[in-house]
Write a protein that binds this ligand. Structure first.
Ligand code: NAD
Length: 249
């Protein structure tokens, strides 16, 4: 077993399910002590699972304090908690805009600012944000969601610049459609989930959904000392979707 993260402490938000659970698993396998923050932490595989709602500043601050009290330090933050929204620009009213923005964008800011004082004194500080192919690809019927994920990419670059001198690296991953409970729920809502899954797979450039473990591998790299010269960057884990989407067959 590798010990790349031996002695380091990580927080993974949204770490009880899907991509976040794969990230928590991977960082632990690589030697990190991992705390999962999730609104539904039950069943999370972690060294510490805390019920944290990233839309609640007090809850976030309490969670970070609990991690530092338990393990004495904080080195890595993976801002992964996120929720979806469907439809064009007219599909959602103000309440829905505020609700999704509050989780996907302000939530990232809340966790990051609570973590900053601890990251500043870490010799191996890294933040990795989960964006999405939706940030840049112009996906149809994902206006609100795409806006939030675009903001995640912008924040990644802005934060990388702001904290360069403090040696806190900030990077992002841009997953394509990944095989998680989230996507499972969308498929289950279809009239024929099996046919819908086959159609979804066929729309991917590499003929299958992205595996959460593939996203976790990219996050582990970006969080690791091996990526010590990488900040403000993003890695696409999308089977080539970003490059191929607008090209004719
Ligand atoms: P998921 O629904 O399987 O898991 C998301 C987790 O976040 C859940 O455990 C949920 O309880 C938690 N969460 C939701 N709101 C929260 C809040 N307010 N505070 C704390 N935790 C909260 O989703 P997933 O597919 O694993 O997605 C994870 C991330 O990856 C999201 O940011 C999503 O936008 C992004 N992403 C997913 C895909 C995909 O195809 N699945 C593609 C690109 C990007």
């Amino acid at each position: 077993m590798s010990s790349e993260f031996s002695g380091l402490v990580a927080i993974v938000t949204g770490g009880a399910s899907g991509i976040g659970a794969a990230i928590a698993r991977r960082l632990r396998a690589d030697g990190a002590t991992v705390a999962v923050f999730d609104v539904r932490p039950e069943g999370a595989i972690a060294d510490l699972a805390v019920e944290v709602d990233v839309t609640d500043d007090a809850s976030v601050r309490d969670g970070v304090e609990q991690v530092v009290n338990s393990f004495g330090r904080l080195d890595i933050v993976v801002n992964n908690a996120g929720i979806g929204a469907q439809g064009d620009i007219a599909a959602n009213g103000d309440d829905e805009w505020h609700r999704v923005w509050d989780v996907n964008v302000v939530g990232l800011a809340r966790v990051s600012r609570a973590a900053l004082p601890h990251l500043r004194v870490s010799p191996a500080a890294a933040i990795v944000n989960t964006s999405s192919i939706a940030a840049t690809a112009g996906l149809p019927q994902r206006a609100l969601y795409s806006a939030t994920k675009g903001a995640v990419l912008s924040l990644t670059r802005a934060m990388a610049a702001d904290h360069l001198r403090e040696r806190i690296r900030v990077n992002a991953v841009n997953p394509g459609t990944a095989d998680t409970p989230w996507v499972g729920r969308l498929l289950d809502a279809a009239a024929d989930p099996t046919a819908e899954r086959a159609a979804l797979e066929a729309r991917q450039p590499h003929g299958r959904l992205v595996s959460p473990d593939e996203v976790a591998a990219a996050v582990a790299y970006l969080a690791s000392p091996a990526a010590g010269s990488t900040t403000g960057a993003s890695i696409a884990v999308d089977g080539g979707m970003q490059e191929l989407r607008l090209r004719p067959e």
